[in-house]
Structures are given as structure tokens and as C-alpha cells.
Ligand binder design. Structure first.
Ligand code: UDP
Ligand code: MG
Length: 318
């Protein structure tokens, strides 16, 4: 019996890319000896992505779609797709053709060789990223590697193949905050990384604004590390010890009669500095507390509005 593959594709405002992507994937996948399905997740698109999905699904029996009730974010769309995927392996990729489908045969070969996760990372010289974007991305990976127990390659992407046993483990994770690039590394298993050069976006614009990316970066670091809390403790400890050492110095200088009261500016500066530091530390603690609050509410990661999966599978059964 042929092995089955589910290709999960999160889509947000990608109406013009869908038909083209399916054509490209069909061209490559039809040369392989697998049964495959496409699982598009419409992540609350504002354009006609839904209509485009229905059109391809109507003419192509391999196309399934899941429509989420609103925009949840890419990682949540990926989770929705992985939860519903039935394949022996699940492949996740972007809808904008930045993840080259030509890489699929190599990824499948590594899977056949026994690797459980085949992930990809952008080649150092990404021609489509600005210098600020490159620097910010480098900083992010440096931070997350330093602060968490993970080792993520610079530019690691969500273009990845996962064996069924990995998918099953990931499905057991019921965290509110999802960061797939970290989670798929965290689960372990036999992993293989391959570099790729991203293509330019087929059409449309990247949908991540600076503030969305910053939120994502902070959220991902916090989801995998409590080290910021330890750093806050360390800072507090350092400054208390330093100020303790300062007291004898003041006393000695007072009794020896030199360095009388002077420099209120330095006092104000010190008070302001410590005021700021305390707020920062409180902020860090508060952020983690907030995450606990959200997690205890136990809300679902995503909500499905409609899907054609049930109908299509039913038709196959009949
Ligand atoms: N995407 C999504 N939900 C979002 C934002 C993006 O499902 O809220 C999808 C998008 O349709 C694309 C992939 O995630 O398939 C990557 O998004 P994009 O190309 O905007 O980001 P970048 O290429 O900069 O990582
Ligand atoms: Mg893109």
C-alpha cells in the first residue's frame, strides 16, 4: 500500500497563490509514489481566499480546506491542519511559494532514510530580506538559543516534514502559546536540517508587521524559557549587594569628614534608575503571570467555522 502524505498550508490573504501552488505541487508530487492530500487552512483571510479554495477543491479531489472562524495566526493555523491531517507524514509549507516545492523529493528521501523530522532553514544570504530584517532575525535566534534549552538554526522555517509519530506527540501538547519552530525541535526524535534559498513571494505581501513580529519573538522566548525571571532575580541580587557595599563607604567618608552632602543630581539619577529597574522586573514577572492566567482558561487554540473534509471523506467511503 502507498504511504500517505498530508501537506498542510496555512493561508491568510492568498487568493492569487492557491491555484498556482496546487499546480506546482501536483507537478512534483505526481512524480512520487505517494498518496497525498492538500490541507489548506484559511486563517481568517480578508480577501477571496475561501472562494479560491472552494474552486480548487471542487476540481481537485486532493484538496481539502479548513476555514477558521477568524485570524488566529500562522502557528495556530498550522496546529489546526496538523490536528486534522491523516497522512503517515505531514508536510507544512507556506502558500506564497517562498518554500520551494522542488525540495520535497529530497525531504521525502530523508524521511525514507529514517529521519522523523526533516526541517529547513534559510541560507545565510537571503536575497529577499532587508538588512534590518536580517539583523533582527539573527538577534532573535541568538536570544532564544541563549535563553532556552533549544538550538534553533538562524532562519529555521516552518517548511518541514514530520513523521506520524512526531505529529502524534505534538498533538498531545495543549499549550495556549504555540511556537512550532521551537516545539518541533523540543520533541526530539531523529532530525535532519537542510538549507534552502527562499524564492520571492509569488503574489501579495508578507502579512507580518513589526509589532506582530516583536510580539511573536517575545512570546516564543517566553514559551520556551523562564530564564528572564532568573535574570531579574540576578539583577536584584547584584544591585542589593552593590548597595550594601556602598553603605560602609558613605559612613567612612562621613566620619572622616570628607565628601559631605553633594550632588543631588546623582541621587535622583540613581533613584530613577532603580525605579525603572523595579518596573522592568515587575513587568517580566507580570508577563509570566499573564501567560499563566491565559493558560488556566484552557481555551481552544483555534475554532473551525467550516471544512470540506467530512464530506469528501464520506464520498470516498461511499
Ligand atoms: N499566514 C497565516 N496567518 C497569518 C499570517 C500568515 O496563516 O496570520 C500564512 C500566510 O498565508 C503564508 C505563511 O503564513 O502562507 C507565511 O506568511 P508570510 O508570507 O506573510 O510571512 P513570511 O514569508 O514573512 O514568513
Ligand atoms: Mg512569505
Amino acid at each position: 500500500m502507498k504511504k500517505t502524505l498530508s501537506i498542510v498550508i496555512p493561508t491568510f490573504n492568498e487568493e492569487k497563490n492557491i491555484a498556482h501552488l496546487v499546480n506546482e505541487l501536483d507537478r512534483i508530487m505526481s512524480l512520487t509514489e505517494y498518496d497525498y492530500e492538500y490541507l489548506f487552512v484559511n486563517d481568517g483571510s480578508k480577501d477571496d481566499t475561501m472562494a479560491a479554495l472552494k474552486t480548487v477543491a471542487w476540481s481537485n479531489p486532493k484538496v481539502y480546506y479548513i476555514e477558521l472562524s477568524r485570524n488566529f495566526g500562522k502557528d495556530y493555523a498550522l496546529k489546526a491542519g496538523m490536528d486534522m491531517a491523516k497522512g503517515d507524514a505531514v508536510i507544512t509549507m507556506d502558500a506564497d511559494l517562498q518554500h520551494p516545492p522542488q525540495l520535497l523529493p529530497l525531504m521525502l528521501k530523508y524521511w525514507e532514510d529514517g529521519y522523523d523530522v526533516v526541517y529547513t532553514y534559510r541560507e545565510e544570504s537571503n536575497p529577499h530580506a532587508g538588512s534590518f530584517q536580517k539583523m533582527a532575525s539573527k538577534m532573535f535566534y541568538k536570544f532564544i538559543n541563549r535563553l532556552s534549552d533549544l538550538t534553533l538554526e538562524n532562519g529555521i522555517s516552518d517548511f518541514r516534514l514530520m513523521d506520524r509519530k512526531v505529529v502524534n506527540e505534538i498533538q498531545k501538547i495543549t499549550e495556549y502559546e504555540i511556537f512550532f519552530r521551537g516545539m518541533t525541535k523540543w520533541v526530539g526524535f531523529l532530525q535532519m536540517g537542510i538549507p534552502y534559498t527562499p524564492a520571492a513571494r509569488h503574489t501579495g505581501e508578507a502579512s507580518y508587521s513589526f509589532s506582530k513580529l516583536l510580539k511573536l519573538a517575545v512570546g516564543s522566548i517566553m514559551a520556551f524559557s523562564v530564564k528572564p525571571l532568573y535574570i531579574a532575580t540576578g539583577l536584584g541580587l547584584f544591585f542589593s549587594v552593590a548597595s550594601l557595599l556602598y553603605v560602609p563607604y558613605i559612613l567612612i567618608s562621613y566620619f572622616c569628614g570628607f565628601d559631605a552632602i553633594s550632588g543631588w543630581a546623582s541621587i535622583i539619577a540613581t533613584v530613577a534608575f532603580f525605579g525603572g529597574l523595579q518596573l522592568l522586573v515587575l513587568g517580566i514577572i507580570g508577563s509570566y503571570l499573564g501567560k499563566i492566567f491565559i493558560q488556566t482558561k484552557n481555551r481552544p487554540n483555534y475554532i473551525v467555522r467550516s471544512t470540506n473534509m467530512v464530506q469528501k471523506h464520506d464520498i470516498v467511503k461511499l
